[in-house]
Design a protein around this ligand. Structure first.
Ligand code: ADP
Length: 545
């Protein structure tokens, strides 16, 4: 017997309709490429998103066509999120930090028909305009007054002109919720990037789960500032969640340095933020150097790579900002686990509580997790045994765009490539990515813990631990470190710092000091680049025993 409930498709447009009807006066504040701060209401955002939908028709963009964006977090990008997907086209968020060759490759692979871009990215778009195969329309996200005087892009269109010429009347179409809504490519640190194609249904289910109290905890009482870019896994779903719950949204545009972010947090009364650890380093450095305080910020969500406990302590103890450590992947929409403490963990002494908070957390409902050994056998949840993490759920990839690489699934589970333990409370701790693990004399050493220890040293600004080739042990840990400006730190002092904090044989063999650590397009340390640069270091310095 079937239930007798209505069949209403879960569509991205329904989030916007809800936001307009129930939170119409709620604000979206954006720092613009033009330099000023723009503000309007959800009501105006909804009207302009309907204009975007009409622009899709006016430009003759085919049903289900991919529409590219190359844009910061801002209100126009938000209008594209809703207008493009709502009108049944697929929003393809391109990462502007990629090399133009990669960008052109991805746009061709996705067969994008149009590209909407912020003016800051004009040089990148000019570099690819002549060679991309399928893009028919290039649209600059600005008004007529800001259009470039001369451009190498023939027929360059002006976003505000297009919107002004379009009607704000548009009836959002109803269609199968399994249809694609947006597309995001993996970073391609190994091999070519692969397209992950989200559906309307997966996006909405992910949004419900992300908004829950023990997940990202979004509410109509919050002012949310996603530092995580809208070009990186849909800014972890926050642009959707804000409409679902009616939260005020503050979008930082290109201003991602510590000073710009701090000013926006304070001037707009931001309560919640979200981003990768490298961003928070800049913010914390600014706040601490100038002796500043957060007057409204209460929580921040940190994920994308491991959050060093030293950073958590700084936020929580010095600034009364709670840190929620979360884990996810492009293939998981991205949210998989969040480290919201259970009741009994609140009573733990501080040191133990931080040990729990350093974990990536427990699965949100909808995502199931398990760890397996090399033979695929499930491993126990004892907080000790480590294996590869596998996940499954309705917002997890089942295959890549164009069937690239065949089915990634193993018995219906998606192998993440992350090496983890899971404890009896279900809290998962990533010890490494499979490709970063250090294999020393047949034993595994997890690089993340070694980095966390280095990061807790007061003289260290940033630390990466890589597998360096070793004449005797195959591989040994090598630390690559950026010192804090103006601070002295000798190699041996840093190595001594490991004593008593870790098994002796885990201690890194050597330290290389560098001016900066290369970051990838999503703000993560590029360990493969570091391995290319320093992977042979111990072959010359190590004395075989
Ligand atoms: P890429 O890093 O290749 O750009 P994603 O952005 O999808 O791809 O990143 C997913 C990976 O990032 C995960 O598989 C995991 O290795 C890492 N990651 C994400 N969140 C965390 C976290 N909180 N702690 C440690 N690693 C994380």
């Amino acid at each position: 017997m079937n239930g007798l409930m209505m069949q209403r498709a879960l569509l991205v447009s329904s989030l916007l309709v809800h936001a307009e009807r129930h939170h119409g006066g709620q604000q979206v504040v954006s720092r613009r490429v033009e330099g000023d701060v723009h503000r309007y209401s959800f009501r105006e955002m909804a009207a302009r998103s309907r204009r975007v939908a009409n622009v899709m028709d006016a430009l003759g963009i085919g049903p289900e066509a991919r529409v590219g964006t190359l844009a910061w977090n801002g209100y126009r990008h938000l209008e594209l999120y809703y207008g493009v997907s709502g009108a049944g086209r697929v929003l393809h968020t391109l990462n502007p930090r990629l090399h133009p060759d990669q960008m052109a490759w991805i746009a061709d692979h996705a067969e994008d028909e149009a590209l909407f871009f912020d003016l800051s990215f004009l040089p990148q778009v000019e570099a690819i305009a002549a060679r991309v195969k399928t893009i028919r329309h290039f649209v600059a996200l600005c008004d007529r007054g800001h259009m470039p005087a001369a451009s190498a892009i023939p027929g360059l269109l002006c976003y505000e002109d297009l919107l002004a010429a379009a009607s704000d009347a548009y009836a959002w179409p109803e269609f199968d919720e399994h249809r694609a809504s947006s597309l995001c490519y993996t970073s391609g640190t190994t091999g070519n990037p692969k397209g992950v194609l989200y559906s309307h249904r997966s996006t909405l289910l992910h949004c419900y789960a992300a908004a829950l109290p023990d997940s990202l905890n979004c509410s109509a009482r919050d002012t949310i500032l996603p530092v995580v870019p809208m070009f990186h896994v849909n800014a972890w779903g926050l642009p959707y969640a804000a409409c679902m719950v009616g939260a005020r949204l503050v979008l930082p545009g290109p201003g991602l340095d510590g000073r710009s972010l701090y000013e926006l947090f304070e001037s707009e009364g931001v309560t919640v933020s979200a981003g990768v650890p490298t961003v928070w380093q800049g913010l914390l450095a600014h706040v601490e150097t100038h002796g500043l305080r957060f007057s409204t910020m209460r929580r921040t969500i940190i994920g994308g790579s491991a959050c060093p406990p030293a950073m958590m302590r700084a936020f929580q103890e010095r600034h009364a900002v709670d840190v929620l450590h979360a884990w996810g992947m492009t293939e998981i929409s991205p949210l998989g686990t969040a480290c919201a403490l259970k009741r009994h963990q609140l009573e733990l002494p501080a040191a133990e509580r931080y040990r729990v908070q350093a974990k990536q957390g427990r699965a949100v409902f909808g995502v199931d997790i398990k760890i397996v050994d090399d033979a695929g056998r499930e491993l126990p949840w004892d907080g000790q045994t480590s294996g590869e993490l596998l996940v499954r759920g309705p917002w997890i990839v089942s295959g890549y765009l164009n069937g690239e690489g065949g089915s990634p699934l193993v018995d219906g589970w998606f192998p993440t490539g992350d090496v983890c333990t899971i404890d009896a409370d279900g809290f998962m701790l990533i010890t490494d990515r499979a490709k970063d693990v250090i294999k020393s004399g047949g034993e595994w050493i997890g690089s993340i813990e070694l980095e966390n220890i280095a990061m807790s040293h007061p003289a260290v600004a940033m630390a990466a631990c890589i597998a360096a080739r070793h004449p005797k042990w195959d591989e040994r840990p090598l630390l690559v470190v950026v010192r804090r400006p103006g601070v002295e730190l000798a190699k041996q002092d840093l190595l001594n710092f490991y004593t008593g904090r870790i098994a002796r044989w885990w201690t890194p063999d050597d330290v290389v000091f560098v001016d900066s650590i290369p970051l990838g397009a999503t703000g993560k340390m590029l360990k493969n680049r570091l391995r290319e640069q320093h992977g042979e270091h111990l072959m010359t310095t190590a004395v075989p025993a």
